[in-house]
Design a protein. Structure first.
Lengths: 260, 361
């Protein structure tokens, strides 16, 4: 037991270095923001509506991905087919591609002169400088989180259980709903939360498609670039705190800590 | 029932997705007016936007700020739907917008501009900057050339303030007759050097196509001069070349440069004409980007592809009218009186009425 203890101690020390690396900048920005500046930023209507827009756009992106990504994740978990490796690689592409490059690629398809954007513009559906563009940018860069985490949790559900449900007279839909999803909900939910959070934090792809209306990352960037440190830091602090608070509440409410 | 948890989460998402603060998205009732402007205009134009929207509640101004050459590229290369274009160098408009055509109409991207404001180049710094107690109008070039002094300059390939900073060095060499200063500052800073060729009557500075800082460089480049402000405030550099208006807006320490150097005096144009910056690259296929020194002149125009030219004309009239002038002056940004015009016959009559109230020239 002695050696295990030593190993764990060393690992705990090196691991806490990494934790400090996460905590220090966040604590720094929060402690360096005076309460007056913080509440001024919080009361700034532009900041408020921008936060609201950011969460809303990411929620729309996550819902769109839920109806398409969860079925895809299930198929990837259950079926083997030719080209499956290619499909899995495709799903992961948005993680690998630099997001600014993804933004340019999306602009070429969804922009006013793009393949889809050009044909949808007469219908009043515009993807540049609009909510649509923000959703498209967020959807592209964050969908791998939902698909991957859902797929992994579907894989962990024994297909035998689904067969038992079918044998007992359940329809395939019922088996998916009452057995598969009921057993894999934690991963699916975690994936959806991650996707939502990743969407909220996206900058690169969105800024190329839709500078306006400004999501919070764009607003912070613009204030940093154009107005300086003092103008951007409180907004960044507000964004960090609001996001942290929301995800802590959601995690506590939705995902009770599993017992080991 | 765990599925209820999933459903409730997606329910929450659906609520958030449908929650509508209609003002957060562009209000479809309002007419969007897209304004692309030089970064150094961000503070006065933000105030201008507010006052303009108060005067015209049906118009929603959507503004973006970049280095002046970048502003042009959003029109000429990226073909974005832009209404008003305002650059820190009016000469960019004929060079890049007259000379290129809009892909749909085949017309030039612009055929007129108004030279409406000026500025002066100066050095911004903090009280804590290295040698802040020592730097003055005589020794600034020596101080900046010291290897432990970090100086921020806008990238001359993207921003007018960048090539103007290079001009300022060449002009300072001439006025002090010390022809070692440019090299002392810029030698060994970039993987491909910025070169200077001193001749009479024209000194030519050539900026290479690829401008990468060496790892130990004391010159710090950013895409636009305003991007340097936050870095200066954060202590990432000691000095930055900025326009006087921008330095005053941010309340930073300022070293004014002599008139022979700061590009702010119309009467010294013949002196400024003795330097030129060439951008040595092919990105502008049809255009040769050469900038001859002259008094700083900000230019504004309406892009020929503008979706809302009438609202754009209202905006420019507002800027050039008494309210706009007052806002610019409050933000320390000097307007030109009277403004210069090019392509007068193409300027919308409503704008012309503002710049020459007597009824035209």
């Amino acid at each position: 037991m002695k050696t295990v203890k030593g190993l764990h101690l060393v690992f705990a020390v090196s691991g806490s270095l990494l934790l400090a690396f996460i905590v220090l900048p966040l604590a720094g920005i929060l402690l360096n923001t005076s309460p007056a500046a913080f509440f001024k930023a919080l009361a700034d209507p532009e900041v408020f509506s921008s936060i609201e827009l950011t969460f809303r756009a990411a929620a729309i992106a996550t819902l769109l991905a839920a109806f398409t990504g969860i079925p895809l994740a299930y198929l990837l978990a259950r079926r083997s087919f030719r080209g499956k490796a290619v499909v899995e690689a495709l799903v992961n592409l948005p993680i690998i591609i630099p997001h600014v490059a993804a933004g340019i690629a999306l602009l070429l398809v969804f922009g006013r002169r793009g393949l889809l954007g050009h044909n949808l513009e007469p219908l009043g559906i515009i993807f540049t400088d609009s909510l649509g563009g923000i959703v498209v940018g967020m959807l592209f860069v964050s969908l791998p989180y939902l698909v991957n985490l859902s797929r992994e949790s579907f894989v962990l559900v024994d297909p035998e259980l689904e067969r038992v449900a079918l044998a007992d007279g359940a329809s395939a839909w019922q088996a998916f709903w009452y057995v598969t999803l009921a057993l894999s909900w934690r991963g699916v939910l975690g994936g959806a939360l991650m996707m939502w959070a990743r969407g909220i934090s996206e900058f690169g792809a969105v800024v190329i498609l839709s500078y306006h209306p400004k999501i919070v990352p764009v607003l912070v960037f613009e204030r940093f670039q154009g107005f300086g440190l003092a103008a951007s830091q409180p907004v960044a602090a507000v964004l960090i705190l609001v996001t942290l608070a929301l995800f802590i509440i959601l995690r506590l409410a939705l995902m009770p800590v599993p017992e080991y | 029932m765990p599925n209820r948890i999933i459903c409730s989460f997606f329910g929450i998402l659906a609520c958030v997705a449908c929650s509508g603060n209609p003002q957060a998205t562009s209000n479809p009732v309002k007419t969007p007016l897209v304004v692309f402007a030089a970064g150094s205009l961000i503070i006065p134009f933000t105030a201008l936007e507010k006052a303009f929207e108060a005067e015209y509640p049906d118009i929603d101004v959507l503004s973006e700020y970049h280095g002046s050459i970048q502003v042009m590229r959003h029109v000429t290369d990226l073909h974005e739907s832009i209404d008003v274009v305002a650059t820190a160098d009016a000469s960019l408009i004929p060079m890049l917008m007259y000379a290129t055509t809009h892909p749909d109409s085949g017309q030039p991207n612009a055929n007129w501009y108004i030279r409406f404001a000026t500025n002066r180049l100066a050095l911004a710094y903090r009280p804590e900057s290295r040698y802040a107690g020592e730097i003055n109008v005589e020794n600034w070039m020596d101080v900046l050339a010291r290897p432990n002094v970090l100086t921020g300059i806008a990238d001359p390939r993207f921003d007018a303030s960048g090539y103007r900073a290079l001009m300022a060095f060449a002009l300072a060499e001439m006025s002090t007759r010390r022809y070692d200063l440019f090299d002392a500052m810029f030698r060994n800073q970039f993987t491909y050097p910025i070169t200077i060729f001193r001749d009479d009557p024209l000194t030519t500075i050539t900026v290479p196509e690829i401008l990468e800082m060496e790892s130990n460089a004391h010159v710090v480049l950013r895409g636009a001069s305003i991007e340097l402000i936050a870095l200066l405030e954060a202590g990432e550099m000691d000095y930055a070349f900025e326009y006087e208006s921008v330095i005053l807006q941010h309340g930073l320490e300022m070293l004014r440069l002599p008139d022979e150097v700061n590009l702010g005096e119309a009467s010294l144009d013949s002196l400024y004409h003795s330097v030129q910056v060439d951008l040595d690259f092919q990105r502008f296929a049809t255009v040769k980007p050469q900038f001859l020194g002259e008094q700083i002149g900000y230019g504004i125009t309406i892009a020929s592809g503008a979706l809302h030219p009438e609202e754009a004309a209202l905006f420019i009239s507002f800027l050039l009218g008494p309210q706009g002038r007052l806002i610019m002056e409050e933000q320390h940004h000097a307007m030109l009186t009277p403004p210069g015009v090019d392509g007068a016959e193409h300027i919308p009559a409503s704008i012309f009425g503002v710049i020459s109230p007597a009824g035209g020239e």
